[in-house]
Ligand binder design. Structure first.
Ligand code: MN3
Length: 194
């Protein structure tokens, strides 16, 4: 069974003017599709791994019986597939505010505004390509803001993703060019979860 690009539940223009339709279309049909294709290519030699969900492959990555080059491919492209599949769901304009989550964020960070400030600061500081996530720590169950390089997945840290922001340049460059902070500020308008 091959991994497949998930369909978006909304149109590419649904997040205008904050995230533009062209960026969404290229991000989904080119960037995410490429992660899916390269993950499938990396698994071609390993029929025993082909039926396994991508999160399982990532969690079990150190133990997979694969060539080291293929392990790196599975980490990068499997991570890209996993992260983007979540990202499209967080952006869904039909999402409703999660009152329980908002309450917990307020308790953990002082206020929603203070949380947004800390998350935005973290996202602005990701050097090069990566993501900023709100996660629940697997051991303490506490909410944490977590930066990750490249397409590294937070589940490999024992953390459960709650929502995340893609700060690779491909996520914003067409509209925002070098102004990543403007993209981050705009993104809060499309995140309906808090
Ligand atoms: Mn991306």
């Amino acid at each position: 069974m091959k991994h497949e690009l998930p369909k978006l539940a909304y149109g590419y223009d649904a997040l205008e003017p904050y995230i533009d339709a062209k960026t969404m279309e290229i991000h989904h049909t080119k960037h995410h599709q490429a992660y899916v294709d390269k993950l499938n290519a990396a698994l071609e030699k390993y029929p025993g791994l082909q039926g396994r969900p991508v999160e399982e492959l990532l969690m079990d990555l150190p133990n997979l019986k694969v060539d080291e080059a293929d392990r790196t491919m599975i980490k990068n492209h499997g991570g890209g597939h996993f992260n983007h599949s979540l990202f499209w769901k967080y952006l869904d304009p039909s999402n409703k505010k999660d009152e329980l989550l908002a309450k917990e964020i307020t308790l953990s960070f002082g206020s929603i505004d203070e949380f947004k400030k800390q998350f935005s600061d973290a996202a602005a500081k990701v050097f090069g390509s990566g993501w900023t996530w709100l996660v629940r720590d697997g051991k303490t169950s506490k909410l944490l803001i977590q930066n990750m390089p490249n397409q590294d997945a937070v589940i490999t840290n024992g953390q459960q993703p709650i929502f995340g922001l893609d700060v690779w340049e491909h996520a914003y460059y067409l509209k925002y060019q070098n102004k990543r902070p403007d993209y981050i500020t705009a993104w809060w308008n499309v995140l309906k979860l808090i």
